[in-house]
Write a protein that binds this ligand. Structure first.
Ligand code: GAL
Length: 800
């Protein structure tokens, strides 16, 4: 009996292997890597035995040292660029002869040139494009090895206004197909007609048939539970158009991001030649010049954030869990939309937005033909823009989350002297919009304009569906008069400045623009390069958070706004020069710790009860401190200092906070929010004593043993009574054992010179972060954090 089961298992394994018509496997592991700008290692025979072995995704810049003279500048994060080589040796079984074998790169920053067994397959300058190559003509089978070599050249700097990272920083895939197959990005799904009774799903499929005819393309739509809900079958020509009907479809929305799957099967007789799965969501949306954005007929104010692609201490190397954590934190503040500033994102970001219910403004470029930095993509513009844009749309157009295409951010072609014939913004905008519409006409096209006036050449081109405003919040109200018959979105707003947890003792309502003008040298500022986190400092082109939330809420025609930024990012350390090296703009710091304004958004844009009291309560006797509360779901907040009431405050008119001016005495500040005489929430802030011990909190205490999953461990420096010490800056040392390693350390400090890849980090205002990563094995990870003179702590994370 035993033998019978063994035989059956073997046979079924054999048949499933031989019947396998397609595999798409991660090609991330066991690459060799060397930084070397001199040698050439494209030949299969090159000796890479002494090179470092690593798994992708990989960003070599984040491993480097911050350097004042880094060619990327502080704008680029003051980290090194350079030229690096990656090589991977692999074999393909002889049984795969006759198959079509492709390699897909989700992104290589930048100038990735790919060689297979010494043949160059091409070079891709734009570091944010996904691309693939057909390896088949150059492969060896059986015992003969193959070598892929990738030359990544990020040596010409600066080429970016923010931190880009360097290397094969996104995933790589190897796909093996029959010669007859469905092309990668080969389906295009639209839902031209949607209501709760019925939806039409149109699917176009791009098929390669190689003599397997007569072939048939069967498309089946499955609901989330795996039930078949519609299907169609057609003769397989190179372009197949099918139209399917779903009755009583479950609509995709921000609250319930319901996803279907369309499975396309290419068949010849009863044998399946290829299977291709497309995730789809059934939804309709609209932008209206009076009423703004609506999803499935329901009005929704888009509360969006702009984010760059770096993941803090992980650098640019993408990690799905790290992106998911960012989105979870954003969801928690009421954010419902993401702008992929200013480039095509990792595919995983859009997958997560589909799943988690975010709508997306998917953006292609930060510049066109006119350069913003010397070696940027403008140098590649003429040769590459049409292909990069077309590939971007083709890759992303099936995501239900994507509702806006942005073809550029603050493009310099907005301006140009008409008398001198410099109106290139018009034809370029028309050309780009034409490319987009030829591939997808279901989403509006915008550009993010820092000159949102009728004189802007890009707006004058007539190519845009949505007029995108960057900043200019005082002009949002005039939009309808300025742009008759157009729809509006605030593509970028705010640019307020604050690191987490630092407050200047100046009145809350003394608003500062740092620097005072964009073209003026910054002479103000704090000697220690801090900025006050009271939401009263912004860049001169921007506004405080409250200044931009108010007109967003007030004007219906403002469909939504994208705050600069959700998370801090490496690079662009406005307003300070070196040694500042990362941004101060985030609502959330680089380590992922929310700043106070996070709760401002939460109180306005979510229904969950919020009461947030700040600042900390460690001041000097004699100081007068503005105490702020953000709250909702209540009529008033009463503040007590050491049990004595300092009075009740209620939001009046368009207020978004309440405040008290309080002479400082150590002790406990206690806020109580009240509705109809009943307590809704209370929050306390206590004067902390000396740092006494470290407290560790893992965001997840069990992670997958898959070599990728992460646990983000927060370190709090607390006093004897467990109160966070708000100015603690102890050096925290980490040691790890078991089935994981430290993937990054941080504190959110934009001025720290410590490595993100070290085993220690100085706390910023009482907090630090250690990111643990599974090494692929099951078991436990033990992490100990210690600091001189403080009680240490150890925690365990299970990997399974
Ligand atoms: C905007 C720009 C962003 C970022 C921001 C900083 O003008 O679009 O990329 O530079 O300013 O405030």
């Amino acid at each position: 009996m035993k033998n019978y089961f063994l035989l059956a298992a073997l046979l079924s394994a054999y048949f499933s292997l031989s019947a396998q018509h397609k595999t798409r496997v991660s090609f991330n592991n066991d690459w060799k890597f060397k930084l070397d700008s001199v040698g050439s290692y494209s030949d299969a025979s090159a000796n890479d035995a002494s090179w470092r072995t690593l798994n992708l995704p990989h960003d070599w810049s984040v491993e480097g040292k911050f350097d004042k003279n880094a060619p990327a500048g502080t704008g680029g994060g003051a980290l090194p660029g350079g030229l690096g080589w990656y090589r991977k040796t692999f074999s393909i079984p002889a049984t795969q002869k006759g198959k079509a074998i492709f390699i897909e790169f989700d992104g290589v920053y930048r100038n990735g040139e790919v060689f297979i067994n010494g043949h160059s397959l091409g070079i891709r300058p734009y570091g944010y494009s996904s691309f693939q190559y057909d390896l088949t003509p150059y492969l060896n089978y059986g015992n003969d090895k193959n070598v892929i070599a990738v030359k990544v050249d990020n040596s010409r700097q600066p080429n970016s206004r923010w931190y880009s990272g360097s290397g094969i920083y996104r995933n790589v895939w190897l796909t093996t197909l029959n010669k007859s197959h469905i092309n990668n990005w080969g389906t295009y799904v639209t839902t031209p007609q949607v209501n709760t009774n019925e939806a039409t799903v149109n699917i176009q499929t791009n098929v390669v048939t190689a003599g397997d005819s007569p072939a048939v393309l069967e498309t089946t739509i499955y609901d989330a539970a795996g039930n078949t809900v519609a299907s169609a079958s057609s003769p397989a020509t190179s372009e197949v158009s099918q139209s399917l009907r779903l009755s009583q479809p479950k609509l995709w929305s921000i609250e319930r991001p319901y996803l279907y799957k369309a499975v396309s099967r290419l068949k010849s007789g009863s044998s399946v030649l290829d299977t291709y799965t497309t995730t789809l969501g059934v939804r309709s949306f609209n932008f209206d010049r009076e009423k703004g954005f609506s999803l499935n007929g329901k009005r929704v104010k888009l509360l969006g954030v702009c984010d760059h692609h770096d993941l803090g201490a992980l650098g640019a190397a993408i990690n799905t869990r790290a992106i998911e954590r960012q989105l979870q934190i954003l969801k928690g503040m009421g954010c419902n939309s993401i702008r992929t500033s200013h480039n095509p994102p990792a595919p995983e970001l859009l997958d997560l937005c589909d799943k988690m219910g975010f709508v997306v403004m998917d953006e292609a470029f930060d510049m066109w033909a006119k350069a913003k930095t010397k070696y940027d993509y403008s140098n590649d513009w003429d040769q590459w823009h049409a292909k990069d844009l077309a590939d971007f749309i083709t890759r992303d157009r099936n995501h239900p989350s994507v509702v806006i295409w942005s073809i550029g951010n603050e493009i310099l072609e907005q301006w140009g002297d008409e008398k001198k014939g410099d109106t290139s913004g018009r034809p370029i905008a028309r050309e780009l919009a034409g490319i987009v519409r030829s591939l997808d006409a279901t989403r509006p096209i915008t550009t993010a304009n820092n000159n949102p006036t009728p004189s802007n050449h890009i707006i004058q081109s007539g190519a845009l569906d949505l007029i995108g405003y960057n900043y200019s919040h005082n002009n949002w109200k005039n939009f309808q008069a300025d742009f008759p018959a157009r729809n509006m979105i605030v593509t970028e707003s705010t640019s307020a400045l604050e690191p987490r947890g630092h407050y200047d003792l100046v009145p809350f309502d003394s608003i500062r623009r740092w620097p005072s003008r964009w073209d003026k040298e910054f002479k103000e500022g704090n000697p220690d390069l801090t900025v006050s986190a009271y939401d009263h400092v912004s860049a001169p082109w921007g506004s405080t958070h409250e200044e931009s939330i108010k007109p967003l809420l007030k004007y219906d025609h403002v469909s939504g706004m994208y705050i600069w930024t959700g998370f801090d990012y490496i690079g662009e350390p406005t307003p300070y020069p070196w040694p500042a090296r990362s941004s101060y703009f985030g609502i959330i710091d680089l380590a992922g710790f929310p700043k106070d304004v996070y709760y401002l958004y939460q109180s306005v844009f979510t229904n969950k009860p919020v009461l947030h009291l700040y600042p900390h309560w460690n001041w000097k006797q004699g100081d007068t401190v503005d105490v702020i509360a953000y709250y909702n779901n209540a009529d008033a907040v009463e503040l007590f200092l050491n049990g004595r009431s300092l009075g009740k405050q209620s939001k009046q008119g368009d207020w978004l906070h309440v405040k008290w001016r309080v002479p400082f005495t150590p002790g406990t500040l206690r806020a109580v929010s009240i509705k109809n005489g009943k307590t809704v929430l209370t929050q306390e802030v206590k004067t902390a004593g000396e740092p006494y011990k470290l407290v560790l909190k893992a965001d997840r205490s069990t992670i997958n043993a898959d070599g990728k999953d992460l646990s983000f461990v927060e370190v709090d420096v607390v006093d004897k009574n467990g109160v966070l010490v708000p100015d603690a800056n102890n050096l925290v040392k980490f040691s790890v054992s078991g089935q994981g390693f430290i993937a990054g350390v941080d504190s959110g400090d934009p001025v720290s010179m410590e490595s993100f890849k070290g085993k220690e980090h100085t706390a910023l205002n009482g907090k630090a972060l250690c990111i643990l990563q599974s090494n692929g094995k099951k078991g436990t990870i033990m992490l100990t954090a210690s600091a001189d003179g403080l009680q240490s702590q150890t925690i365990q994370v299970v990997t399974k």
